[in-house]
Every structure is written in structure tokens, then in C-alpha cells.
Design a protein around this ligand. Sequence first.
Ligand SMILES: [Zn+2]
Ligand SMILES: [Zn+2]
Length: 230
Amino acid sequence: MIDAGLSEKKLSGRMAHIERSFSGMDAVFATHEHSDHIRGIGPLLRKHEVPFYTTEGTWRRANNTIGKINSFNTIRQDEPVHFGGLSVEPYSTPHDAEESVAFVVRYQGKSLGIATDLGRVTPEVKSKLQNLDALLVEANHDVSMLEAGPYPWMTKKRIKSGVGHLSNEACGELLASVKHPGLKLVVLMHMSETNNHPDLAKITARQALGESSPEMILAEQNNPTELLSI
Ligand SMILES: [Zn+2]
Ligand SMILES: [Zn+2]
């Protein structure tokens, strides 16, 4: 499991929905300390015995929120963690957090890249996301909706900054720079309910992907997606 911003109860419900459970789960990872990513982690780890993995910096900032847990395993950027044949490689993201990461996951020749909570697309992000089968990318906001919207000025400034969140346009630029014929699935993630509209996010991503048209799903905050396979 990567991040747990929902309550333990909600997560269990969503796991049951896709016929999965926490028993036997190999690991829970945290990308960074923002509460929409770690809120559910403490209760989850105290109820189920699942090993926890995050960076030193995230742990330093998150341990107050997470509370007492049995163990914590340190991960470092560019050092993959292995579970049988599955590898999970953290890479560094530009975000206003202590030591944030995102992940590339590989299993039996299939690969999946995650890129959420990043303010800009660095050359490193681009290189990590090349030639993957599936991409889970942030399409957080539409710039004009954000600018005209109700958020306080400082928050708007933070979101738009190079350590904030990816706009639809920035997401499109990322997709255009990593698209390839083998890309089968794109999931648009971390979409703001206030500063974005699903159609805008989808249209921008579709235009960026051009003729290579992988399946595209939009992940919603309040509804689980179906179980997807690649
Ligand atoms: Zn977030
Ligand atoms: Zn964040």
C-alpha cells in the first residue's frame, strides 16, 4: 500500500470492495508527511501487523501524527526495496515536504510509475517515468480555476509553486514527454475538487497523449476506482 490518507475503517472497506485484505500485506509506504497521505497510517499499523517504510525525513515529520508503531524501515531515493519478485523504487519529488518521494513499481516485466505531490517535472522525474506500462500521475488543478477560486492567496501561491502540485497543463507536458507505444494505462490522480474539473483534466491529458491512446481513468477522492490490471 502506498500512502493512507483515509481512516483505517474506510481503507478496510475499500480493500474489501476489491477483495483484498491487510492480512499478509508486505508493506505500507508513505510518500511524505502531509496529512492527506498519512492520516490513516497509525491506526492501520496498530490494528494490522504490516511493516512500514518511509524516508528518514518523512518519519521525522510524521511520527507525531502516526504515533507509536512497532517498527519503521528507512527507504532512500534510488534504492529499490524488494518483496519476492516485486521491486519498489523511491525517487525524489520536488514538494514542500521534508524528504518526499514517489515510486516506480516493477513485477514480472510489468512496471507502474506513480507521480503525485510534485510542484514541477524535473529531469529526474521524467527519466524515472520512461518506458513504463502504467502511470499514476497528478492532475491537481486548472490554473485559471485555481486563480479565480476561493483559496487564500498564500495557498494559491504554494500550490502553483515549484514545490506545490502539478496543474493539468504540467501533467500534460509530463505525459507528452514519457508517452510511448507500450503505455497501456494512465490514471489521473490527486485532483482538486475545488480547483479542477474532471473534463478539463481529461481533455488536457488526452491532447498530450495524442495518437498513443492508453486507457485513462480519473481517480476520485470519494469513490474507489475498480481494480485495474496491467
Ligand atoms: Zn497530497
Ligand atoms: Zn503533499
